[in-house]
Design a protein around this ligand. Structure first.
Ligand code: T3D
Length: 267
């Protein structure tokens, strides 16, 4: 696949669409252009049936340092036009976070280095997080007098609980990969030498599973935070009616009965 992005590098292999944030000199800080390109890449990931798992990672030594503060520096100069934070978040970050959460395919954050500010928020919005021992997470917002955004006030509480989320958000200190694993914030920490291969193995495994069932599972998990027991039971029944009608469900049951490995098509 030809790469038509200037802030991202992408590959599609064995059903795995890898999106690499590619501004290593700025620690892959989020620029306006990166926002536009990420939007396009995630839209394509949803549309293209050959894509069955998405990996989000960073080039160089960082995952992402969050908002590019250089890009908005004029807003802070004497007489500069102040940033319209509400509009900036609504138009850029919020649409991307919504897209990741509502994408009906598994999204894995392969956290190769520091993830700070909205960079951390993007990792938290993914379904799974795998990182190297060098990775770290910094809720850098407080260090510049802002509140955590891009849904981190929700996702971080979901992943680690209120007390740990409050400590990370209020102190703005670096959380190591080891502690992130202990807190349940990341699923796996893998030595750097094996990182790429482990990410590939995990992503290809996800890509070979029943994609529609995974998408529907994601819907149910997303809904769980606000649902009552009765709501959730009903929602599961509703979604299962769709999952039960997929080719992959039939294939899964037939393979079980015929004592063979299933071959899932994603349909
Ligand atoms: O509406 C809105 O815009 C609000 C939205 C907010 C979303 C946000 O993400 S707010 C939070 C923004 N991010 C930050 O505040 C993080 C700032 N960076 C850091 O705290 C540290 O750089 C890191 C913890 C990420 C990494 O530290 P370290 O020691 O490994 O690297 P460093 O030496 O600080 O940075 C290396 C270079 O990257 C350096 O440039 P230089 O001096 O080599 O030319 C540094 O300026 C640059 N860099 C790091 N972060 C950013 C950045 N450049 C632009 N924007 C950045 N966010």
């Amino acid at each position: 696949m030809a790469d038509s992005y200037s802030t991202l590098a992408t590959t599609l292999e064995n059903g795995v669409f890898t999106i690499t944030l590619n501004r290593p000199d700025a620690l892959n800080a989020y620029s306006r252009e990166m926002g536009v390109e990420l939007g396009a890449a995630f839209r394509m990931a949803q549309r293209d049936d050959s894509i069955r798992c998405i990996v989000l990672t960073g080039a160089g030594r960082a995952f992402s340092a969050g908002q590019d503060l250089q890009e908005i520096k004029d807003c802070y100069s004497e007489g500069g036009q102040p940033l319209d934070f509400g509009a900036h978040l609504r138009n850029q970050y919020n649409t991307l976070i919504t897209r990741i959460r509502s994408l009906e395919k598994p999204v894995v954050a392969a956290v190769n280095g520091v993830a700070a500010g909205a960079g951390a928020s993007f990792a938290f919005a993914c379904d799974l997080r795998i990182c190297t021992p060098k990775a770290s997470f910094v809720m850098a917002f407080v260090n510049i007098g802002l509140i955590p955004d891009s849904a981190a006030t929700l996702t971080l509480v979901q992943h680690v609980g209120y007390a740990r989320a409050a400590e990370l958000c209020m102190l703005g200190e670096k959380l190591s990969a080891e502690d992130a694993l202990r807190f349940g914030l990341v699923n796996r920490v893998v030595e750097e030498d094996h990182f790429e291969a482990s990410v590939r193995t995990l992503a290809e495994k996800l890509a070979a599973l029943p994609t529609r069932a995974i998408g529907l599972t994601k819907r149910a998990l997303n809904r769980a935070w606000t649902a009552t027991l009765a709501d959730q039971l009903e929602y599961e029944a509703f979604l299962q009616a769709t999952a039960g009608g997929t080719q992959d469900h039939t294939e899964g049951v037939r393979a079980f009965l015929e004592k063979r490995q299933p071959t899932f098509s994603g349909q």
